[in-house]
Design a binder for this molecule. Structure first.
Ligand code: 4AD
Ligand code: MG
Length: 464
């Protein structure tokens, strides 16, 4: 008999037919005459209730039906008398595929997320993580769908790179050299000519620079891949390895870019509301009772757009009125998460797109404004999260871009190919980067970014 996925079984009305299901025991309870087994196969948050008459099964077999055990169950589909489920399975045959002892670490309910992180290989089998990773899949699918429907091309940018896109020096080096015996020149500098690529290379922090090459040829592209940052940030919003989505579009100015960002992120959230209703309902009940309201709220409201300078003014007024912040606020400061969240959660009570940041706190490639002080940057700020998207219009003038690269002492020899786009048929263009895990944090209501990626990489942690 062919296996039925539990998600499909729970939708059938084929009462009286036989079905075969396989999955892991979530809970089980027994009376004198029957065992009730809640079986889950990962296809849905919902379990199928398996009913096993004690007299039909060997006592030794029934004893092996413990939390976490893997079973294969054949049975009769019957209408369920229980509330909240329409179908249950009256077992005719049970095989234990994998027994599970009482040292199973995911046994108890209500274990902390910290504990579960130390068991990331098994936490996947819990309700919460099942919900999170089904939603993660659905959002990835929604993202590809959105861009495909809008005429963008999925463009693959390299993981190993010789340039630092964000210029923040947070790169993980890639080398095949023997670190215990490095070859150095007379000045004591490491000689990379013998290294695999014959030059220093790192894991990419962003696919943007190569994405711009794609956009200035194909029109509209997006990347969706892993990015790496060796920033020593131990926060609930930072990972050393995270996934980023970076659209880049020729002929877009910053306003087009903001329109795209808002439409795109609302599409993703709407997609989750439509396609992940069961999982979201579970998370709304168990993790965050305001989750669904917040998702609907973001989808239904226009984002507020204002400049960094206006944002600073609002924060300064708040401080004058007695609001306390941990970090100082002044024109030129890189906003902390508490400032971003104040604007979003307390002042506007809506997502905010902040634009025109001081050039000193933004990357070299952003379009310079006429004031000589600010650049055409845009950050999308979300409730609970802070910055969820960072982007900009790009500097298209060869002379201005070159001057900025020199000003910041970025090695020009590594940038020749990037500058070529401004020499040969340069065009206005824009793009942004969405942190995939930050989007999942928002959509799931989870509190820590380590709990929305299956195997998180953070400072001092690379287990699994
Ligand atoms: O603001 P960032 O650094 O922008 C860029 O990398 C640009 N090259 C994007 C572009 O214009 N194409 O990063 C973009 C987004 C942030 O808004 C945030 O959501 C996420 O990536 N992000 C992180 N997510 C998790 N852990 C980290 N350490 C992150 N750093 C950035
Ligand atoms: Mg940023």
């Amino acid at each position: 008999m062919k296996r039925t996925i539990i998600k499909d079984l729970l939708r059938t009305t084929d009462y009286g037919a036989h079905a075969l299901v396989k999955g892991w025991v979530r809970t089980h309870r027994s009376s004198k005459s029957v065992h009730f087994i809640a079986l889950n196969d990962g296809s849905t948050i919902k379990n199928v209730q398996v009913v096993a008459d004690v007299e039909k099964f060997d006592a030794d077999l029934l004893k092996q039906i413990t939390t976490g055990a893997c079973l294969s169950v054949e049975g009769l589909i019957v209408e369920s008398p229980g509330a909240g489920q329409s179908v249950e399975l009256q077992a005719t045959k049970i095989d234990i595929l994998g027994a599970c002892g009482d040292d199973y670490p995911m046994q108890k309910k209500g274990q902390t997320f910290e504990y579960m992180r130390t068991h990331a290989h098994l936490r996947l089998r819990t309700n919460t993580f099942g919900a999170v990773f089904r939603i993660r899949h659905n959002l990835a699918y929604a993202i590809h769908n959105y861009f495909h429907e809008h005429g963008f091309f999925y463009f693959h940018t390299p993981i190993i790179t010789g340039s630092d896109c964000e210029g923040a020096g947070q790169m993980f080096q890639v080398t095949t050299q023997n670190l215990a015996d490095l070859k150095k020149d007379e000045q004591g500098n490491v000689d990379f000519s013998d290294d695999f690529f014959g030059k220093p290379t790192s894991l990419t922090v962003s696919g943007q620079l190569e994405g711009e090459l794609g956009a200035t040829a194909l029109g509209g592209i997006y990347t969706f891949g892993p990015t790496f940052r060796a920033e020593n940030s131990n926060t609930p919003r930072h990972l050393a390895e995270f996934w980023m989505i970076e659209p880049e579009i020729a002929f877009y100015d910053i306003n087009d870019n903001m329109d795209l960002a808002e439409d795109f992120i609302k599409y993703c959230i709407r997609w989750a509301l439509e396609h992940c209703a069961d999982d979201l309902e579970f998370l709304n009940k168990m993790i965050d009772k305001t989750l669904l309201d917040r998702l609907h709220f973001v989808v239904d409201h226009e984002f507020v757009r204002l400049t960094y300078t206006e944002g600073i003014k609002i924060l300064e007024e708040a401080i004058a009125a007695g609001r306390k912040f941990e970090f100082p606020v002044y024109w030129g400061v890189d906003l902390a998460s508490e400032h971003e969240r104040y604007l979003v959660e307390e002042h506007f009570k809506k997502p905010v797109i902040l634009t025109d940041y001081p050039k000193e706190i933004k990357a070299f490639y952003m379009k310079q404004n006429e004031d000589g002080k600010t650049v055409r940057a845009m950050d999308v700020l979300f409730p609970q999260i802070g910055e969820i998207i960072g982007g900009s219009e790009r500097e298209e003038s060869y002379d201005k871009l070159k001057a900025r690269i020199e000003e910041l002492h970025i090695p020009m020899k590594d940038m020749w190919w990037y500058l070529d786009t401004r020499r040969f048929g340069s065009c206005p263009h824009s793009g942004f980067g969405l942190g995939f895990e930050r989007l999942i944090l928002f959509v799931t209501g989870m509190q820590n970014i380590r709990d929305v990626i299956p195997f998180p990489r953070t400072p001092k942690t690379a287990e699994f």
